[in-house]
Ligand binder design. Sequence first.
Ligand SMILES: Cc1cc2nc3c(=O)[nH]c(=O)nc-3n(C[C@H](O)[C@H](O)[C@H](O)COP(=O)(O)OP(=O)(O)OC[C@H]3O[C@@H](n4cnc5c(N)ncnc54)[C@H](O)[C@@H]3O)c2cc1C
Length: 412
Amino acid sequence: MPQSTRTFVIVGASLAGAKAAETLRTEGFDGRVVLIGDEARRPYERPPLSKEYLRAEKDFDAAAVHPADFYDDNGIELRTATLATAIDPAGRSVTLAAGEQIAYDALLLATGSAPRRLPVPGGGLPGVLYLRSVEDADALRHAIGPSAQLVVIGAGWIGAEVAASARQLGASVAMVELAAVPLERVLGPEVGAVYRDLHAAHGVDLHLGAGVEAIVGSEAVDAVRLSDGTVLPATAVVVGVGVTPRVELADAAGLTVDNGIVVDEHLRTSAPGVYAAGDVANAFHPRYGARIRLEHWSAALNQGPAAARAMLGGDVVYDRTPYFFSDQYDLGMEYRGWAPGFEQVVFRGDPAGREFLCFWLRQGRVAAAMNANIWDAGDALEALVRADRPVDPVLLADPDVDLAGLAGPPGP
Ligand SMILES: Cc1cc2nc3c(=O)[nH]c(=O)nc-3n(C[C@H](O)[C@H](O)[C@H](O)COP(=O)(O)OP(=O)(O)OC[C@H]3O[C@@H](n4cnc5c(N)ncnc54)[C@H](O)[C@@H]3O)c2cc1C
């Protein structure tokens, strides 16, 4: 059989990009696959960076997407420490920092996202840390030994998980958040309160509804000053105030960009032959009739392969239920669905005992569901979210009522 002469280029060598490259091979593509990443290491997963890797319970190999020899073995040209500086959708080429140009037949942009910077005085002092890469995690690990006083700015997922890991390592931790409870933006006040109590119970000094006025220090960080005048002593500060999608290449090339690279349900951008996946993709979701940009592990894991199949000409529609997970202390959770503008939260089980299910209802339907320290409910929760039918909140809350029955008969 003649070898294909086509070249598929993937920019962004992390989870979405690496899974796309793998899928091209498992789907039988025998042309050239070039996987370009600006990080020095082979692709790895980031969730351990705030959890087991940060606490030195897992090493880099355990976080890597593939074994070291996978790329050579599969004829994937992995170009690490290589920044792509431009794409030319009309001429179908990618330019690298050293000037090299690579012509492509199809291109996947899996450039991910980067931490949003905190624009306050002192924000650039040594000891003010962000967490995205393995190198960031190594620096943070060094900064959070038992004698450390860590101030975490932002009680979103990264901040909350770092606070938990730092406490587990014996550091003193203060957490500062503008909202009234941790994780409020996604989980809302009721479930956010569960996390507030969890961190308080583990000795985190919580400053909620509080803004940061300045980070203080001469040579390095000494303290964080809040808007109400409170001064929190700090040997290190970690900032977790969200991420921004890395759209530079797409933007400069004139692709449609709006809170990420805009793609349709086939993960196609506005330029022919160019696709996007993972954190950077603001993808039309046919079940919601809306574009959603997901900053979750599972979206990178699944959109990468979906984009690869689309690049190969497959009839791909990406319509998976959004999913993410988080581990803090001994509380593990999974969340399924998408619930902006929910109207009601229903608990089943014991939030105070941290073993419960909960449901976010919109128009009387389960828009999203979460299992906390309960590990056999995932399929039932997925079915409830997918069913998108009215449910009685009293039955949802009743542990004696079968959840599968509430979802109704399986769809076609
Ligand atoms: C500390 C941490 C903990 C997390 N924990 C969880 C969790 O518990 N659960 C969960 O669901 N999600 C979690 N996430 C989110 C999850 O890791 C991300 O959603 C996922 O990494 C996105 O993968 P991606 O491949 O789309 O992008 P990224 O992982 O951001 O990778 C993009 C890659 O592209 C590279 N790149 C960008 N531009 C260029 C260019 N021009 N040239 C070359 N290379 C380029 C970047 O350097 C990077 O290596 C966590 C994230 C972090 C940082």
